[in-house]
Design a protein around this ligand. Structure first.
Ligand code: FAD
Length: 329
């Protein structure tokens, strides 16, 4: 039986359909490591446990708990909630950290409700004070930073992908313990069938991407939006868009960045022909470096841009692409 550190922080790591740790994992373990000793929980098919445990150790997990996911219930989040409940009872952590992915939010919400614990969502950092772990949030379109902490019990937090730069030191041989999870039979929504939509794209996924190039209404049409994709490919970036651009049908809704779309926190965010409405900024303002190209020098996007070019995207961007390609050559 493992003795868990008093400052243990339980981290549920997302596992991809390919059986590897999701790209959000390093930031999650890093966030946990900044306030305590990371204890990772991976729920996967048994044959994947060893490789996942080693990968979690490389990211800095001192202890890795493994639990079985499989069978007909593999697409359901409920076994993950059961596993998290069992891990929480075993570790008695100072905080529970989950990815702010769609599935992560679902699991964290169900777990917090089941365990009667406080839930803090879309967290961009963790710190500690005398009373325990405190979550940091970026709110009102990134205009304010606020903190939240529970008045009792362990906080359950979902961490925004890409928001945490801290990385924990690698652990060469993490302690690995298998967790037997008895299905709780708790009532839950059932997914009776689903159809996976395979996106045929070699570009990085928007959520969690290190670089994002987004286009707005200024691109003018679906045909001209290709310019955004060309710059994204030259940079190896994911493609995003403003709501005006997706509403106009330039690109599918899944690319929308902002309050009612995807929140991103990449190293580099390039905004092309985007005015910078507060609802758009809400989803990208925590990017480390923001570059804006807009022909209106008074566009609000320039208020938050680290680098701005006042100009026509159809003049500036082809030159940018040519310069990037020349540099690569
Ligand atoms: C409840 C609610 C939720 C919302 N959620 C979101 C959200 O999640 N995400 C989001 O993005 N928006 C959201 N919006 C909409 C938001 O308010 C703005 O309407 C939207 O972001 C504007 O998109 P845009 O910047 O592409 O378009 P516009 O505001 O029309 O800006 C277009 C910009 O392109 C520039 N431009 C035009 N032609 C060129 C050119 N050739 N070269 C360079 N620049 C050019 C213009 O100067 C202008 O600044 C929401 C709104 C509401 C009310």
């Amino acid at each position: 039986m493992v003795d868990f550190a008093a400052d243990a922080v339980l981290v549920l790591l997302d596992v991809t359909p390919q059986g590897t740790l999701a790209s959000s994992s390093a930031g999650l373990v890093g966030a946990a490591g900044s306030v305590g000793t990371p204890v990772a929980l991976v729920v996967a098919a048994p044959e994947a446990h060893a490789a996942l445990a080693a990968a979690a150790g490389e990211l800095g997990a001192a202890v890795v708990l493994t639990a079985d996911l499989g069978g007909a219930d593999a697409a359901l989040s409920v076994p993950l909630v059961d596993a998290l409940t069992a891990a929480h009872a075993l570790v008695r952590p100072a905080a529970v950290v989950v990815s702010n992915s769609i599935e992560g939010r679902d699991i964290a919400g169900r777990f917090a409700a089941r365990a009667s614990l406080a839930l803090a969502v879309d967290v961009v950092g963790l710190v500690r004070d005398d009373e325990g772990v405190v979550a940091q949030h970026s709110v009102y379109g990134g205009s304010f930073n606020v903190t939240s902490a529970p008045t009792f019990g362990t906080p359950v937090v979902t961490v925004r992908q890409g928001a945490v730069d801290a990385r924990a030191a690698a652990v060469a041989a993490p302690v690995v313990e298998h967790l037997e999870v008895a299905p709780s039979g708790a009532p839950a929504a059932m997914i009776e069938s689903f159809q996976a939509e395979v996106a045929a794209s070699s570009r990085p996924e928007l959520r969690g991407a290190a670089k994002v190039v987004s286009g707005g209404r200024g691109l003018g049409s679906q045909e001209k939006f290709v310019l955004v994709e060309e710059l994204a490919d030259a940079l190896g970036a994911a493609v995003g868009a403003s709501r005006a651009a997706v509403d106009a049908g330039y690109i599918p809704y899944s690319a929308q960045v902002g309050q009612t779309g995807v929140s991103v926190a990449p190293q580099l965010y390039v905004a092309l022909g985007i005015s910078g409405a507060i609802q758009h900024k809400a989803g990208m303002q925590t990017a480390k470096t923001i570059v804006a190209i807009n022909k209106d020098g008074d566009a609000p996007i320039f208020d938050i841009a680290d680098f701005g070019i006042v100009g026509d995207v159809f003049t500036v961007v082809p030159q940018l692409i040519a310069a990037l390609q020349a540099k690569k050559a």
